[in-house]
Design a protein. Sequence first.
Length: 232
Amino acid sequence: MSFVLWIVHERILFPGKLDLTLRTDFVHRVDKDEDFGDHLIELGGNHLADFQFGEGIRKLDLVRWGLLDKKIEEMKEALVKIYDGQQEVKIFDKIYQPNQFPDKVYYKMQTGSYGYPEVDITSVNFYRQLNANPDPDQYKELTWVRKENNENDVVTRSVRILLCATGLRASYDYSSLLGQLQYGSQIQEKLVTYTMGNKVCNYRHFFSIYYDDIYKSNGFLKNSYGYDHSVE
């Protein structure tokens, strides 16, 4: 299994793109067969995050695995906790403390595989606070997580995050999550003014199925799930 993961890792991150020690550490973490699928999913997440790819297949993978809704909700929970600034945050299989998210990120540019400029991902301090730009001649900078956010900023951003993709389930209840946040009641008060949920079914999303597959399923498969395709 470890050999297969190594090959997948090579495909996703390109040979030599990530430090050999880091790659070896990642692959060696898989010591049981039941971990294999989880690590493939984690690699898929890294694939999506890599700036060099724009294939759009990550969503289709999550749909096929029945994980689209779960991963979206995990992302939303992580984001609102980052803005909350009081909670530890889980991203993939790692736990981060609030002080690990920097006010600013610093990054270098490089020439990519196709000759265009791109961000050198290895240079970015995503989870490390730096007091100043390491080298203004080489590093660019941008605001990342603004710790000075006031209550209105945090509430507004959190509501926008939680409203994302709220058509996948029949209904949504964020009371448990909001109970952990310093402005949870204010977020809830604003959140209830919006419509969430499709009121029909869970896991309601587009996933195209080939006509031949529909036809050969003898009525078992349909290209509609809770949508009205009737013609007037």
